[in-house]
Design a protein around this ligand. Structure first.
Ligand code: NAG
Ligand code: NAG
Ligand code: NAG
Length: 219
Protein backbone atom coordinates (compact mmCIF):
# COMPACT_ATOMS: atom_id res chain seq x y z
CA UNK A 1 0.00 0.00 0.00
CA UNK A 2 2.88 2.33 0.77
CA UNK A 3 4.06 1.89 -2.77
CA UNK A 4 0.72 2.72 -4.25
CA UNK A 5 0.04 5.86 -2.20
CA UNK A 6 3.51 7.28 -2.75
CA UNK A 7 3.02 6.75 -6.45
CA UNK A 8 -0.19 8.74 -6.25
CA UNK A 9 1.49 11.47 -4.23
CA UNK A 10 4.08 11.88 -6.92
CA UNK A 11 1.07 12.25 -9.08
CA UNK A 12 0.57 12.55 -12.79
CA UNK A 13 2.88 11.03 -15.31
CA UNK A 14 5.47 9.75 -12.86
CA UNK A 15 2.88 7.94 -10.76
CA UNK A 16 1.47 6.40 -13.87
CA UNK A 17 4.88 5.39 -15.05
CA UNK A 18 5.54 3.62 -11.76
CA UNK A 19 2.30 1.71 -11.96
CA UNK A 20 2.63 0.47 -15.51
CA UNK A 21 4.94 -2.46 -14.76
CA UNK A 22 2.55 -3.68 -12.06
CA UNK A 23 -0.45 -3.62 -14.33
CA UNK A 24 1.15 -5.19 -17.35
CA UNK A 25 3.41 -7.60 -15.49
CA UNK A 26 4.71 -9.42 -18.54
CA UNK A 27 7.16 -12.24 -17.94
CA UNK A 28 10.40 -10.32 -17.63
CA UNK A 29 12.99 -11.38 -20.15
CA UNK A 30 15.53 -11.68 -17.31
CA UNK A 31 13.63 -14.80 -16.31
CA UNK A 32 14.31 -16.50 -19.63
CA UNK A 33 18.01 -17.06 -18.93
CA UNK A 34 17.54 -19.20 -15.79
CA UNK A 35 14.54 -20.96 -17.33
CA UNK A 36 16.54 -21.90 -20.41
CA UNK A 37 19.32 -23.18 -18.19
CA UNK A 38 16.76 -25.27 -16.36
CA UNK A 39 15.44 -26.48 -19.70
CA UNK A 40 18.94 -27.59 -20.66
CA UNK A 41 19.23 -29.65 -17.49
CA UNK A 42 15.80 -31.15 -18.06
CA UNK A 43 16.94 -32.52 -21.40
CA UNK A 44 18.77 -35.26 -19.45
CA UNK A 45 15.73 -36.28 -17.44
CA UNK A 46 15.16 -39.58 -19.20
CA UNK A 47 18.51 -40.86 -18.08
CA UNK A 48 18.50 -39.54 -14.54
CA UNK A 49 14.82 -39.74 -13.72
CA UNK A 50 14.01 -43.01 -15.43
CA UNK A 51 16.96 -45.22 -16.29
CA UNK A 52 18.55 -44.85 -12.88
CA UNK A 53 15.40 -46.07 -11.14
CA UNK A 54 13.75 -49.48 -10.98
CA UNK A 55 11.03 -49.97 -13.57
CA UNK A 56 7.82 -48.12 -12.62
CA UNK A 57 9.39 -46.75 -9.45
CA UNK A 58 6.94 -44.19 -8.09
CA UNK A 59 6.90 -41.66 -5.30
CA UNK A 60 4.02 -40.55 -3.14
CA UNK A 61 2.73 -37.11 -4.02
CA UNK A 62 -0.23 -34.89 -3.28
CA UNK A 63 -3.04 -34.95 -5.84
CA UNK A 64 -2.21 -31.33 -6.58
CA UNK A 65 1.37 -32.19 -7.40
CA UNK A 66 0.24 -33.87 -10.58
CA UNK A 67 0.18 -30.56 -12.39
CA UNK A 68 -0.14 -31.01 -16.13
CA UNK A 69 -1.06 -29.05 -19.21
CA UNK A 70 -4.62 -30.30 -18.84
CA UNK A 71 -4.80 -28.72 -15.37
CA UNK A 72 -3.70 -25.41 -16.78
CA UNK A 73 -6.21 -25.40 -19.60
CA UNK A 74 -8.99 -26.48 -17.25
CA UNK A 75 -8.11 -23.76 -14.75
CA UNK A 76 -7.93 -21.09 -17.43
CA UNK A 77 -11.49 -21.93 -18.38
CA UNK A 78 -12.96 -22.54 -14.95
CA UNK A 79 -11.26 -20.23 -12.48
CA UNK A 80 -12.56 -16.69 -12.49
CA UNK A 81 -10.01 -13.93 -12.04
CA UNK A 82 -7.06 -16.21 -12.71
CA UNK A 83 -4.18 -14.50 -14.44
CA UNK A 84 -0.97 -15.87 -15.90
CA UNK A 85 1.09 -14.56 -13.02
CA UNK A 86 -0.98 -16.53 -10.54
CA UNK A 87 -0.51 -19.68 -12.61
CA UNK A 88 3.22 -19.03 -12.71
CA UNK A 89 3.31 -18.66 -8.93
CA UNK A 90 1.42 -21.93 -8.64
CA UNK A 91 3.91 -23.59 -10.99
CA UNK A 92 6.80 -22.54 -8.76
CA UNK A 93 4.96 -23.63 -5.63
CA UNK A 94 4.04 -27.08 -6.91
CA UNK A 95 7.38 -27.91 -8.47
CA UNK A 96 9.47 -26.67 -5.60
CA UNK A 97 7.75 -29.25 -3.41
CA UNK A 98 8.28 -32.01 -5.96
CA UNK A 99 12.00 -31.32 -6.32
CA UNK A 100 12.40 -31.29 -2.53
CA UNK A 101 10.62 -34.62 -2.32
CA UNK A 102 12.82 -36.17 -4.98
CA UNK A 103 15.98 -35.08 -3.22
CA UNK A 104 14.69 -36.40 0.08
CA UNK A 105 14.21 -39.93 -1.27
CA UNK A 106 17.63 -40.12 -2.95
CA UNK A 107 20.53 -41.46 -0.91
CA UNK A 108 23.66 -39.31 -0.95
CA UNK A 109 25.42 -41.60 -3.41
CA UNK A 110 22.58 -42.38 -5.76
CA UNK A 111 23.63 -41.70 -9.37
CA UNK A 112 20.74 -39.24 -9.79
CA UNK A 113 21.35 -37.35 -6.60
CA UNK A 114 23.65 -34.64 -7.90
CA UNK A 115 21.57 -34.22 -11.04
CA UNK A 116 18.47 -33.64 -8.94
CA UNK A 117 20.32 -31.22 -6.69
CA UNK A 118 21.45 -29.33 -9.77
CA UNK A 119 17.88 -29.18 -11.07
CA UNK A 120 16.74 -27.78 -7.76
CA UNK A 121 19.48 -25.15 -7.71
CA UNK A 122 18.57 -24.03 -11.20
CA UNK A 123 14.91 -24.01 -10.28
CA UNK A 124 15.65 -21.81 -7.27
CA UNK A 125 17.70 -19.46 -9.42
CA UNK A 126 14.71 -19.02 -11.68
CA UNK A 127 12.43 -18.52 -8.70
CA UNK A 128 14.75 -15.86 -7.29
CA UNK A 129 14.66 -13.93 -10.55
CA UNK A 130 10.88 -14.36 -10.75
CA UNK A 131 10.39 -12.90 -7.28
CA UNK A 132 12.79 -10.02 -7.87
CA UNK A 133 11.33 -9.16 -11.23
CA UNK A 134 7.87 -8.45 -9.87
CA UNK A 135 6.84 -5.87 -7.32
CA UNK A 136 5.94 -7.12 -3.83
CA UNK A 137 2.27 -6.30 -4.41
CA UNK A 138 2.06 -9.14 -6.88
CA UNK A 139 2.93 -11.65 -4.18
CA UNK A 140 0.55 -10.15 -1.66
CA UNK A 141 -2.43 -10.52 -3.95
CA UNK A 142 -4.99 -13.05 -2.75
CA UNK A 143 -5.33 -15.96 -5.12
CA UNK A 144 -8.79 -16.98 -6.37
CA UNK A 145 -10.38 -19.56 -4.04
CA UNK A 146 -9.60 -22.66 -6.11
CA UNK A 147 -5.92 -21.70 -6.17
CA UNK A 148 -5.93 -20.99 -2.45
CA UNK A 149 -7.45 -24.44 -1.92
CA UNK A 150 -4.62 -26.02 -3.88
CA UNK A 151 -2.05 -24.11 -1.84
CA UNK A 152 -3.69 -25.20 1.39
CA UNK A 153 -3.69 -28.83 0.36
CA UNK A 154 -0.06 -28.70 -0.74
CA UNK A 155 0.98 -27.61 2.72
CA UNK A 156 -1.29 -29.98 4.62
CA UNK A 157 0.30 -32.08 7.34
CA UNK A 158 1.05 -35.51 5.85
CA UNK A 159 -1.04 -37.22 8.57
CA UNK A 160 -4.06 -35.22 7.50
CA UNK A 161 -3.91 -36.11 3.83
CA UNK A 162 -6.67 -38.59 3.15
CA UNK A 163 -5.29 -40.05 -0.05
CA UNK A 164 -2.11 -39.87 -2.04
CA UNK A 165 -1.19 -40.34 -5.64
CA UNK A 166 1.84 -42.17 -6.95
CA UNK A 167 3.90 -40.86 -9.83
CA UNK A 168 7.21 -41.75 -11.43
CA UNK A 169 10.01 -39.20 -11.12
CA UNK A 170 10.18 -39.02 -14.91
CA UNK A 171 6.49 -38.21 -15.29
CA UNK A 172 6.77 -35.48 -12.66
CA UNK A 173 9.72 -33.94 -14.50
CA UNK A 174 7.86 -34.23 -17.81
CA UNK A 175 5.01 -32.28 -16.26
CA UNK A 176 7.43 -29.69 -14.91
CA UNK A 177 9.02 -29.28 -18.32
CA UNK A 178 5.83 -29.15 -20.40
CA UNK A 179 4.04 -26.72 -18.09
CA UNK A 180 7.13 -24.51 -17.95
CA UNK A 181 7.08 -24.19 -21.74
CA UNK A 182 3.38 -23.40 -21.62
CA UNK A 183 3.46 -20.81 -18.84
CA UNK A 184 6.67 -19.10 -19.95
CA UNK A 185 6.20 -19.71 -23.65
CA UNK A 186 7.74 -16.45 -24.80
CA UNK A 187 11.11 -17.70 -23.48
CA UNK A 188 10.88 -20.79 -25.64
CA UNK A 189 9.14 -19.83 -28.84
CA UNK A 190 11.09 -20.25 -31.97
CA UNK A 191 10.21 -19.01 -35.40
CA UNK A 192 7.96 -22.06 -35.69
CA UNK A 193 5.62 -20.67 -32.95
CA UNK A 194 4.72 -23.92 -31.24
CA UNK A 195 1.66 -24.14 -29.08
CA UNK A 196 3.40 -25.38 -25.95
CA UNK A 197 0.14 -25.46 -24.03
CA UNK A 198 -1.39 -27.95 -26.44
CA UNK A 199 -1.05 -31.56 -25.44
CA UNK A 200 -0.68 -32.56 -29.09
CA UNK A 201 2.56 -30.61 -29.34
CA UNK A 202 4.24 -32.94 -26.83
CA UNK A 203 2.63 -36.08 -28.24
CA UNK A 204 4.11 -35.32 -31.61
CA UNK A 205 7.54 -34.87 -30.05
CA UNK A 206 7.30 -38.20 -28.34
CA UNK A 207 6.32 -40.07 -31.49
CA UNK A 208 9.18 -38.54 -33.41
CA UNK A 209 11.65 -40.08 -31.01
CA UNK A 210 10.27 -43.56 -31.44
CA UNK A 211 11.07 -45.61 -34.48
CA UNK A 212 8.01 -45.69 -36.67
CA UNK A 213 5.99 -48.82 -36.13
CA UNK A 214 5.61 -50.71 -39.34
CA UNK A 215 2.00 -50.56 -40.40
CA UNK A 216 0.38 -53.87 -41.00
CA UNK A 217 -0.84 -53.99 -44.54
CA UNK A 218 -4.62 -54.08 -44.56
CA UNK A 219 -6.64 -56.63 -46.52
C1 NAG B 1 14.83 -26.86 -24.34
O1 NAG B 1 15.35 -28.16 -24.29
C2 NAG B 1 15.09 -28.95 -25.43
C3 NAG B 1 15.68 -30.32 -25.18
O2 NAG B 1 15.01 -30.93 -24.14
C4 NAG B 1 15.70 -28.31 -26.65
O3 NAG B 1 15.35 -29.07 -27.80
C5 NAG B 1 15.18 -26.90 -26.80
O4 NAG B 1 15.84 -26.27 -27.88
C6 NAG B 1 15.40 -26.11 -25.53
N1 NAG B 1 14.82 -24.80 -25.68
C7 NAG B 1 15.47 -23.67 -25.41
C8 NAG B 1 14.77 -22.40 -25.75
O5 NAG B 1 16.58 -23.66 -24.92
C1 NAG C 1 5.02 -50.95 -15.40
O1 NAG C 1 3.79 -50.27 -15.62
C2 NAG C 1 3.19 -50.61 -16.85
C3 NAG C 1 1.98 -49.71 -17.03
O2 NAG C 1 1.32 -49.48 -15.83
C4 NAG C 1 2.83 -52.10 -16.85
O3 NAG C 1 2.23 -52.42 -18.09
C5 NAG C 1 4.10 -52.89 -16.67
O4 NAG C 1 3.81 -54.28 -16.58
C6 NAG C 1 4.84 -52.45 -15.41
N1 NAG C 1 6.13 -53.14 -15.37
C7 NAG C 1 6.60 -53.74 -14.25
C8 NAG C 1 7.92 -54.40 -14.38
O5 NAG C 1 5.97 -53.73 -13.21
C1 NAG D 1 -4.73 -31.72 -12.04
O1 NAG D 1 -5.73 -32.58 -12.49
C2 NAG D 1 -5.77 -33.83 -11.82
C3 NAG D 1 -6.83 -34.68 -12.45
O2 NAG D 1 -6.60 -34.79 -13.81
C4 NAG D 1 -6.05 -33.62 -10.34
O3 NAG D 1 -5.98 -34.85 -9.66
C5 NAG D 1 -5.02 -32.67 -9.76
O4 NAG D 1 -5.36 -32.36 -8.43
C6 NAG D 1 -4.97 -31.39 -10.56
N1 NAG D 1 -3.86 -30.58 -10.04
C7 NAG D 1 -3.99 -29.31 -9.76
C8 NAG D 1 -2.77 -28.61 -9.23
O5 NAG D 1 -5.05 -28.71 -9.89
Amino acid sequence: MVHLSSAWLLGGPLGLFLLVPVLMAPTPSSLCTPLKTLNDSLSHRRRYMKHNFPINYSIQVHYEEIFKLSNISRMRVNVEGLDELMLQRLWFQVNQGILKKLIRILPERHPSRSYTAELETRFRDAEGVFVQAHPDEVFQREPPDPVQDIWDRLTEEPEKVSSWRYATPKSLMDNLCHTMHCLFSHCFTTEAQHDYCGISHWRKGRNNMKPKAAKKPRR
